[in-house]
Design a binder for this molecule. Structure first.
Ligand code: GCU
Length: 835
C-alpha cells in the first residue's frame, strides 16, 4: 500500500504555491533502484540550534519525501550498520579517528561521499555540514544516484543577500509583497518566514543577509529593534545565515542626539563603537554592516570633507573587535550632473571617488561594486572599478530581483548576464583578471570578497512573485558558490528540483529561460543603450525620453541624427580609459567595441552601420519586433505543458507569460515609435505605426467616454486613448467591425492604473465576448502607475472569436476610483498574426 501511495504521489502532483521553492523533496522516478540507502542518520555533536542538527532533520525529511524511506535519527556515533553521517570534520575525527580529506576543506566547505557503506557529509564547520546535506539531497532529488566522493569549497567567503526592506514594512524595489522582517517601524514578532527563508538561502550556501534597505532608517538602532534583530538572527542562525544591517551614516546626529556625524570626531566614533557593542551583545555572530553613503541623497563623510575611506573605516573600527565586516558601497555619484557638458559621465563616478582610496580601507572593509558602472541595466560592461582597486577587498553586487528587467512580471533568466560579467577578463597588468577571481580575493591576494545579491523577497508565497524567477535566486547562490558553472546546467538542476523530470517541461523552461534575456534586451533597449524605461518613475515600462535632460546621468544623448554616449578617451567622457589598457583599447575603438555595447561607448548617427551590416536605427526596429515576437511564443510553449505541472503553478505562470507577451508589444511599439519620430527614418519593413488589425478606441463612437492624449505619446497606439467622462461613471464605445468575416483572437489594450478597479465588458452584436477588471495591482507586483502610460498599458486577449464583417463591437467601461476605464485599441488578429 505504501508503495502504491508513493506511485500515486509521483503521478498526481498536488497544487503547489511555490513556497517550497526547490526544496520540495518530491518523489523521484526510479527511486526503487536506489538500494544502497543507509537506514539511519547520525548527527555528530549537534545541539538543536546547530546547523548540523538542522542538517540531520533536513536529511530525514528529504529522504522521506524523495525516496519514501523513514530514516532513524541518532545524535552521537554510528550504531546502525550503515548511516548517513553528518557533522564537522573535528567531530568526525573525534568520533572515528581518521579523516583524510580534512586538509582540503576550507571555510564553509564540505566533503560528500556516497561511495562507502556510510554516506559521509562532513563540513569544515557546522554550516559546511548543512551545505553538504543540502547538496546530497539535491542530488537525490534530481535522481543523481551514482556514487560520488568529493570536496566542495566556496569560491569566495562572502556570499550574501541584501534585502531592501523598510521599517514600515514596504520593500524598496520589491515586487512580491511586504516585508516579513519589519512592520510599523518595528521588527516583527513572528519570525517563522525569516527562518524559512534562511533554509532556502542555506540550501544555496548563502551565509549572510542584510535585512534592511540600503537607504537605511536609523530607528533600527533602537533598543527594541536591536532585540528584534536578535530575534531574526536567532531564527536564521540554525541555518548558518548570519544577519547584518544597513546603516544610515547620519545616525549619531539624527538618532543619537549628537551635534555631528563627522567620522573623525571622537564622539561620533565612540557612539558607533557603543551601539555596535550593544548590537553584538544581542547578536554575537552578526555578519556586519552595509553602508550607502553620499549617494542619491544619503548622508556620508563627504559632508565633512572626509574621504569615503574615513567613513568606512569608522564602522570597520567599531566592528573589528567583533569580527564584523563592513560592506561599503561603491554606488557613489552625483545625481545632479549637467548633460550639456559632453565630458560629464555618471559612469566615471565610482573610479573617480575610489581610485585614490585604494589601500586606505581597513582590512575588514569590502567595497561592494554594482556589476556595471550605472545601475543594473539590461546590459552594461563590468565596472572599471574591479580592476582599479588592487589593495582593497571587493564584492560584486547583482540584482536578483530585476528592477530594470521586468520586475518579475517578465521572465528574464539572469544567470547568463551574470556569467558574462563574472567571466569578463579585466586584463589588469595585462594578466588574466576575471571579475570572478578579483572578487574572490584570488587575483589581488585579498583576504575578503565575494558577492551580494539584491533579492527583495516578500510575503508572496512565491517569494519573488513569479515562479520561474526563482531560477534567478537559485542561480545566484550557485554562481556565488562556484562561478564556473554554466547557466543552462544550473537551470536544468533547478527545473528538476522545482518541476520534476518531464522532458517536455524541462526543454520548454530551458528554452524559454535561455531566450528570455536576449528577448528582453531586444524589446527594451539594445546596442548598450540601457533599459529604456522610465528612470524618473517606476523603472518598469518604456519611456526613453526620461533618460536624457536630467541630472541622473543615465543619458543616451539621443537627438534627431545620432544617439549614444561617447565614452572614449580621445573625444568623450574618458570612461573607456578607466579600464586596463587592453580593455580600454577595445572600447575606445568603435571597430573593436562589440555591437551590444556600441551605444554605451560611442555616439553615432542612426545610419551608422553595425557589424551585422544593418544600420543602428534598423537594428532598433528589427530587435524590438523580434524580441516581442519571441515573448509571444512563450505563451503557447507554456500552454503546451498543461497537465504536466500542477494547476496552481501552471496557471500562475501562464498569467504572467500572457502579461509579458502583451507588455512586450507595448515596449516594442513605444520604443520603435519614439526613435522613428526622433530620427524621421522609416523602418525598411514599414512596421512602425502601421498596425492594420487595430481599431483605435478614440475613433469609435463614444458615449460617456472621451478622448485623452496619452503622455508619453508613444505609449498609446495613435497617441490617444479614451477615458470615462467622469469618475465612477460608465462609458460606451461602439463601432462596426471592418475586417472580413472569420475567426480572430481579439486583443484589447487598456491601461490598468493603481487607485481603482474599473470593470470592462467587450461584446460583439451584444454577445459578451469577455469581462475583466483593471485589478492587476492585486495580481502583479511591479511598481504601479497612476497614469495612462507604458507601465499601466496592458493587453487582454480573447481567443478564437467568430466575427462577421459589419458586426457591432462594443466596449462598456465602468470607472472606479481614479481609474477611468481607459482603453487604447482593439486588435482583430487572424491566426499567427501579432499586431
Ligand atoms: C537604484 C534603485 C534605488 C536604490 C539604488 C541603490 O537607483 O532604483 O531604489 O536605492 O539603486 O542601489 O542604492
Amino acid at each position: 500500500m505504501r508503495s502504491l501511495l508513493f506511485l500515486l504521489a509521483l503521478g498526481f502532483a498536488a497544487a503547489e504555491d511555490g513556497s517550497a521553492a526547490w526544496l520540495r523533496y518530491a518523489p523521484v522516478p526510479g527511486a526503487s533502484n536506489y538500494r544502497s540507502l543507509p537506514s539511519a542518520i547520525v548527527a555528530l555533536n549537534s545541539s538543536t540550534s546547530s546547523p548540523v542538527f538542522v542538517a540531520s532533520q533536513e536529511l530525514q525529511k528529504g529522504v522521506k519525501g524523495i525516496l519514501g524511506k523513514q530514516l532513524s535519527l541518532a545524535n552521537g556515533t554510528n550504531k546502525a550498520s550503515s548511516s548517513i553521517i553528518v557533522g564537522t570534520a573535528d567531530a568526525y575525527k573525534e568520533a572515528y579517528g581518521n579523516f583524510d580529506e580534512a586538509d582540503e576543506l576550507e571555510d564553509d566547505g564540505y566533503f560528500l561521499s556516497t561511495k562507502g557503506k556510510n554516506v559521509m557529509i562532513i563540513g569544515q564547520n557546522p554550516r559546511g555540514a548543512l551545505y553538504g546535506a543540502f547538496e546530497y539531497l539535491s542530488r537525490l532529488g534530481q535522481g543523481k544516484f551514482s556514487p560520488v566522493s568529493y570536496v566542495s569549497n566556496p569560491h569566495a567567503p562572502i556570499r550574501w543577500v541584501n534585502e531592501w526592506n523598510n521599517m514600515d514594512g514596504s520593500i524598496e524595489r520589491g515586487y512580491a509583497g511586504l516585508s516579513f522582517f519589519f512592520r510599523n517601524g518595528l521588527v516583527v514578532e513572528n519570525v517563522t518566514r525569516a527562518a524559512e527563508y534562511a533554509r532556502i538561502l542555506a540550501s544555496l550556501g548563502i551565509n549572510g543577509i542584510i535585512i534592511n534597505n540600503v537607504n537605511a532608517n536609523a530607528t533600527l538602532l533602537s533598543t527594541r529593534n536591536i532585540d528584534g534583530i536578535g530575534r531574526i538572527a536567532d531564527a536564521m542562525r540554525p541555518y548558518g545565515v548570519q544577519v547584518g544591517i544597513s546603516l544610515n551614516f547620519a545616525s549619531p546626529q539624527t538618532f543619537g542626539g549628537l551635534s555631528t556625524f563627522d567620522p573623525l570626531n571622537p564622539a561620533v566614533d565612540a557612539w558607533w563603537a557603543n551601539i555596535t557593542d550593544q548590537i553584538y551583545k544581542r547578536v554575537p555572530d552578526m555578519a556586519g554592516y552595509l553602508v550607502k553613503a553620499n549617494s542619491e541623497g544619503q548622508p556620508g563623510p563627504l559632508t565633512y570633507n572626509r574621504t569615503l575611506a574615513d567613513g568606512a573605516n569608522m564602522f570597520a573600527r567599531a566592528a573589528k573587535p567583533h569580527r564584523g565586516v563592513v560592506m561599503f558601497r561603491a554606488f557613489v555619484y552625483d545625481n545632479h550632473i549637467n548633460e550639456s557638458n559632453w565630458k560629464n559621465d555618471r559612469a566615471n563616478a565610482a573610479v573617480e571617488f575610489f581610485k585614490d582610496l585604494d589601500g586606505k580601507f581597513d582590512e575588514n572593509v569590502v567595497v561592494q561594486i554594482k556589476f556595471g558602472p550605472i545601475d543594473f541595466q539590461v546590459r552594461e560592461p563590468p565596472s572599471p572599478l574591479f580592476s582599479t582597486l588592487r589593495n582593497t577587498s571587493t564584492a560584486v553586487e547583482l540584482q536578483v530581483q530585476p528592477e530594470y528587467l521586468g520586475q518579475n512580471c517578465h521572465l528574464v533568466y539572469l544567470a547568463p548576464q551574470w556569467k558574462e560579467i563574472l567571466e569578463f577578463d579585466m586584463r589588469a597588468d595585462n594578466k588574466g583578471s576575471k571579475v570572478k577571481d578579483i572578487i574572490s580575493g584570488e587575483r589581488f591576494k585579498r583576504p575578503l570578497g565575494g558577492s551580494a545579491g539584491v533579492v527583495n523577497v516578500g510575503t508572496n508565497a512565491t517569494w519573488l512573485g513569479h515562479h520561474l524567477s526563482m531560477s534567478n535566486l537559485y542561480a545566484y547562490g550557485q554562481l556565488a558558490w562556484d562561478p564556473s558553472q554554466e547557466p543552462d546546467e544550473i537551470l536544468q538542476d533547478w527545473i528538476r528540483l522545482t518541476f520534476g523530470f518531464d522532458r517536455h517541461v524541462m526543454n520548454t523552461i530551458v528554452d524559454m529561460s535561455m531566450k528570455s534575456w536576449p528577448a528582453y534586451e531586444n524589446y527594451s533597449g539594445n546596442l548598450g543603450i540601457q533599459t529604456l524605461t522610465d528612470i524618473l518613475y517606476t523603472h518598469f515600462g518604456p519611456n526613453p525620453a526620461t533618460q536624457d535632460g536630467n541630472g541622473w546621468g543615465q543619458w543616451t544623448r539621443a537627438d534627431g541624427f545620432s544617439v549614444g554616449m561617447d565614452r572614449t578617451a580621445k573625444n568623450g567622457t574618458g570612461n573607456a580609459g578607466q579600464y586596463a589598457p587592453a580593455i580600454a583599447q577595445m572600447f575606445e575603438n568603435i571597430d573593436t567595441t562589440p555591437d551590444n555595447l556600441l551605444l554605451w561607448f560611442h555616439h553615432v548617427n542612426y545610419t551608422h552601420p553595425l557589424k551585422s551590416g544593418k544600420t543602428v536605427i534598423q537594428h532598433f526596429y528589427d530587435a524590438h519586433y523580434e524580441g516581442a515576437a519571441t515573448a509571444q511564443t512563450f505563451v503557447p510553449m507554456w500552454e503546451a505543458l498543461k497537465g504536466k505541472i500542477d494547476d496552481q503553478r501552471f496557471n500562475e505562470v501562464l498569467f504572467r507569460q500572457v502579461f509579458q507577451a502583451g507588455h512586450s508589444l507595448v515596449w516594442r511599439d513605444a520604443i520603435s515609435r519614439f526613435y522613428h519620430n526622433k530620427s524621421g527614418i522609416a523602418d525598411r519593413h514599414n512596421r512602425v505605426d502601421n498596425y492594420r488589425y487595430r481599431i483605435e478606441a478614440e475613433k469609435m463612437t463614444l458615449d460617456g467616454y472621451k478622448t485623452y492624449a496619452v503622455s508619453p505619446f508613444h505609449t498609446a497606439s495613435g497617441s490617444m486613448a479614451i477615458i470615462t467622462t467622469s469618475n465612477n461613471s460608465v462609458g460606451t464605445a461602439t463601432t462596426t467591425i471592418p475586417f472580413s468575416s472569420g475567426t480572430y483572437n481579439v486583443a484589447v489594450n487598456y491601461f490598468d492604473l493603481i487607485g481603482g478597479k474599473s470593470k470592462y465588458e467587450l461584446s460583439i452584436n451584444n454577445r459578451t465576448i469577455g469581462t475583466w477588471s483593471g485589478d492587476l495591482e492585486d495580481k502583479l507586483g511591479h511598481a504601479p502607475s497612476i497614469y495612462l502610460d507604458g507601465h499601466s498599458a496592458t493587453r487582454i486577449t480573447f481567443k478564437d472569436i467568430k466575427v462577421n464583417k459589419g458586426d457591432t463591437l462594443k466596449i462598456v467601461g465602468t470607472a472606479n476610483g481614479i481609474e477611468p476605464a481607459p482603453v487604447d485599441y482593439v486588435s482583430f488578429l487572424p491566426h499567427g498574426i501579432i499586431d
